[in-house]
Design a protein around this ligand. Structure first.
Ligand code: FUC
Length: 805
């Protein structure tokens, strides 16, 4: 039976008003669970309800959000590969020019040398490609895949003991309520091992589950819906680019009856319980230049069938084991305790009860890790601006990959919070930018190597738009630093040699060609160069130069490690002549440009000239106190205001500037003014980088390792006087645990994967220290002020205890 689905947009209107009587935690028999977000009402069935209140689950490649409506349940779902735009649009150019523009770059450079700063509009008019009409027609946008809609005709509008929750430690969402004396429960999870979303609907009275299920999809695609043997299949192609998509929902009832309806829906009547298995796929492949793979049908069917054959209990236990293996690696205890009120109330009351505040901070911290586990698994695309979750056909900023901070920020917590393997999608994505990026480098700049600009899609868009924000050729250079950092955290030589190094080297090849000698002082500078999204286009803006200092410094180190002496020497030559982008200006600020033109009244959200404070490592109170002071002056001038991700970046900055109280103040600001009821970060609107940035910043407050030394509790705020953390990762392949009381380290625990010499720093070491193996055997060490240095053996476990503790 086939029926053309009504090609209407997802229903946005609020369903019939529901009256739900919430369950208190005590009534519902739940002790306050430190890792559970819970609510006493469904998310409204609107776009705003989705954004602010729906609860996300995901397995990296696909995601879903739970609304929890009683009579009308909605499970909105996504697959990261479902995008409009790209090569399926006949005039797609990867962002490159349609026709050659001889002399365009030279003319712009000449003007900059002559006039100093010029308008970014002029640069983009000369070097960008024409924006599309309608906007982003060729670039495309990430898409909502659709909604599973469940209609429960027998359930009343009024129910009791309602609870909707997401347990991030188990990776399971749930809805429960009592209607007519019957307890109804729904459970949802997205399994990475099985590659499906699974759900179980049950009632504590036999025969209590009756509903009709359908899949609804947005209007911008063709769609057919069929139902056969309890399987709903909806398939078609996007109008924009003919990308084929297919979703399957298998409805498996225990008891009662099940009917396949001619309109592609399935009705279950009087079942004891029902298992749902949802799978989806597209014909996208991450392969330049067609990005087209096989039709998703065969593999999807196999996947859904295999999941169904396993049975719900085994699917759930495999999911829980898989999730726990990642989630449980890090424990953070700030001494918090959640009050017995819904999470949105805890958030709204932040700042009024220290125990609740600490508990919310712990939850928010782990939520960042949860969201990465749910939106970035090896073998899938990286987390985009909304992770893997999007309800719209035209999402904000296309829900794309912004490369002038946002994608980078998504992965800041990966290494340090012990989720290193979840960065694989980023590595693969950056690798995938090389082929198209070579064409762009040649065409726009006549340069070797590869380049990418300010934003990209899943189809190798490496050119620049004619929009002033879009000229940012440093994107690739910044991204590859994170690949090298993966090596610094893991010491994985094979990864360095095979993956990171070739990509870094080729990114640097572009800069070897692009850098120019500044006639003013003979230094090498980027030109044109613009501090992201602010000010004029000049030569040698601070961020460009700082990123390049890190690129060539890392490249030289990496080249030495892999034995490429020629490249090490070439990187050294660049470094000798490179303008480092570090200057103190007329009001004591760290300059954002090579010229001293910073406006002390500027409060722009990007604080790009502090790149060397974070994520970079050129500026620190420990090594360059003068520059660090200047950075503080700049950062104070920018104020603590900003979008969600900007506040999150400022947590990282203040942590690196060793001001824990200020970092903590920014965390509080982010929670109070940039966090939605479902704890998603909001720019506004919802943008996930702020979640990841906050988790990174909180980690930087507890542990830093970017300066060769492992710095313990470098920016501990007064509010976190007592606590402990375990499982954090430090560069050099170390795992670190810390316990502190009254604001002072009482014990550090260190596991050295590789062995070697390690140096730890803590103020608490000044009064003496004891280093032992985990079995209590003394270890020889040298102490020097606030540092202690000792040799470790591969796999060795150590305890470091300050005197008097
Ligand atoms: C950058 C930022 C914006 C927004 C966008 C997705 O352009 O300047 O604030 O975060 O990315």
């Amino acid at each position: 039976m086939k029926k053309r689905l009504l090609a209407g947009p997802i229903a946005l209107a609020l369903g019939a008003a529901l009256t739900v009587v919430p369950a208190t935690q005590a009534q519902a028999g739940h002790a306050a669970q430190p890792y559970t977000l819970w609510y006493d009402e469904p998310a409204p069935d609107t776009n705003e309800g989705w954004e602010t209140r729906s609860l996300p689950i995901g397995n990296g490649a696909m995601g879903a959000t739970v609304f929890g409506g009683v009579q009308a349940e909605r499970l909105q779902f996504n697959d990261k590969t479902l995008w409009t735009g790209g090569p399926g649009v006949s005039d797609y150019t990867f962002g490159n020019w349609d026709t050659p523009r001889p002399g365009a770059l030279e003319a712009i450079r000449e003007r900059i040398w002559k006039e100093g700063g010029i308008s970014p509009n002029d640069v983009l008019a000369a070097l960008g490609h024409k924006s599309d009409t309608p906007r982003h027609r060729r670039f495309g946008a990430y898409q909502s895949f659709g909604d599973v809609r469940l209609a429960f005709p027998d359930l009343p509008a009024q129910v009791a003991d309602y609870r909707r929750e997401l347990d991030i430690s188990r990776g399971v969402a749930g809805v429960s309520f009592t209607a007519g004396g019957v307890r109804h429960t729904r459970e949802y999870f997205a399994s990475a091992p099985a590659g499906v979303v699974a759900a179980r609907l049950a009632a504590d009275r036999p025969g209590g589950v009756t509903f009709t299920a359908r899949i609804a999809v947005p209007a911008n695609r063709s769609a057919t819906a069929t139902a056969a043997a309890g399987r709903i299949t909806v398939k078609g192609a996007l109008t924009s680019n003919a990308m084929a998509y297919e979703a399957q929902l298998l409805v498996l009832n225990q008891g009662g009856t099940r009917t396949d309806n001619p309109d592609g829906t399935v009705t279950v009547t009087g079942a004891d319980s029902v298992v749902l298995v949802l799978g989806m796929g597209t014909d996208y492949a991450p392969d330049y230049p067609t990005y087209k793979g096989e039709d998703p049908h065969a593999k999807l069917t196999t996947r859904v069938n295999a999941a169904a054959a396993r049975g719900y209990a085994r699917l759930l236990s495999a999911h829980r084991a898989d999730h726990a293996a990642l989630f449980d690696r890090v424990r953070l205890d700030l001494g918090g305790s959640l009050p017995a009120v819904p999470t949105d109330d805890v958030l709204a009351r932040y700042g009024t009860d220290p125990a609740a505040d600490r508990a919310l901070e712990q939850l928010f911290y782990q939520y960042g890790r949860y969201l990465l586990i749910a939106s970035s698994r090896p073998g899938s695309l990286p987390a985009n601006l909304q992770g893997v979750w999007n309800v719209l056909e035209a999402p904000p900023w296309q829900s794309d990959y912004h490369l002038n901070i946002n994608l980078q920020m998504n992965y800041w917590p990966a290494e340090m919070t012990n989720l290193a393997e979840l960065a694989e999608p980023l590595h693969a994505y950056v690798d995938g930018l090389r082929e198209p990026g070579r064409v762009t480098a040649k065409q726009m700049f006549g340069a070797d190597g590869w380049v990418a600009h300010h934003a990209s899609n899943i189809f190798g868009h490496t050119g620049a738009w004619d929009h002033p924000a879009y000229f940012f050729p440093e994107s690739g250079a910044w991204l590859v630093l994170q690949l090298y950092d993966h090596y610094r955290f893991t010491l994985d030589k094979r990864f360095l040699k095979r993956t990171a190094y070739p990509i870094m080297k080729e990114a640097a090849a572009f800069w070897h060609d692009f850098l120019q000698t500044d006639p003013r002082d003979g230094k090498l500078v980027a030109i044109p160069s613009r501090s992201p999204e602010i000010g004029p286009t000049t030569a040698g803006a601070a961020m460009s130069q700082q990123i390049l200092w890190h690129l060539f410094t890392d490249l030289r180190e990496a080249a030495e490690l892999v034995g490429d002496r020629k490249e090490a020497a070439a990187a050294g030559d660049v470094l000798a002549k490179l303008d480092p982008g570090l200057r103190i200006g007329r009001w004591g600020q760290l300059q954002e440009w090579k010229e001293d033109i910073d406006d002390p009244a500027e409060t722009h959200r990007h604080v790009s000239h502090l790149f060397s404070v974070h994520p970079g490592r050129q500026v620190s109170p420990r090594t360059t106190p003068g520059l660090a002071e200047a950075a503080k002056i700049s950062l104070n001038a920018r104020t603590d205001a900003g979008t969600g991700w900007s506040k999150a970046w400022k947590i990282n900055f203040w942590a690196r500037l060793l001001d824990g109280d200020r970092a903590h103040k920014l965390l509080g600001d982010q929670l109070q003014t940039s966090t939605l009821a479902n704890l998603w970060d909001t720019h506004p609107p919802f943008q996930i980088d702020g979640n990841f940035g906050a988790t990174s910043g909180m980690t930087e407050m507890l542990l830093q390792s970017h300066l060769e030394v492992i710095d313990l509790l470098p920016a501990l705020p007064a509010a976190w006087a007592d606590g402990s953390v375990s499982g954090l990762r430090a560069r050099g392949a170390h795992t670190v645990g810390l316990t502190w009381t009254s604001g002072r380290l009482s014990e550090a625990r260190l596991t050295a994967d590789e062995g070697g010499t390690v140096t730890l720093r803590s103020d608490a070491f000044r009064g003496g220290v004891r280093v032992t193996t985990d079995r209590g055997r003394p270890v020889a060490y040298t102490a020097d002020g606030d540092t202690v240095t000792f040799r470790t053996r591969p796999g060795g476990d150590y305890r470091i205890v300050p005197a008097g503790r």
